[in-house]
Design a protein around this ligand. Structure first.
Ligand SMILES: [Zn+2]
Length: 60
């Protein structure tokens, strides 16, 4: 049995076909990691939209 460190919480996770959430230790950690990436994308997209609106205003 191969064990890896869960990227989310640092606990030992089983790295095998038995663990469908690998390399995470659990579904919770997998979702937390995906959620972190998703919120980061939203932050970047929101900033781009804000900058665009600001530039548009200066044209008037
Ligand atoms: Zn974990």
């Amino acid at each position: 049995m191969k064990l890896v460190k869960c990227p989310e919480c640092g606990n030992k996770a089983e790295y095998s076909s038995k663990n469908e959430h690998r390399p995470f230790c659990s579904r919770r950690c997998q979702l937390l990691d995906l959620g972190a990436w998703a919120s980061e994308d939203r932050k970047i997209a929101g900033k781009e939209i804000y900058n665009f609106e600001e530039e548009d205003e200066t044209l008037h």
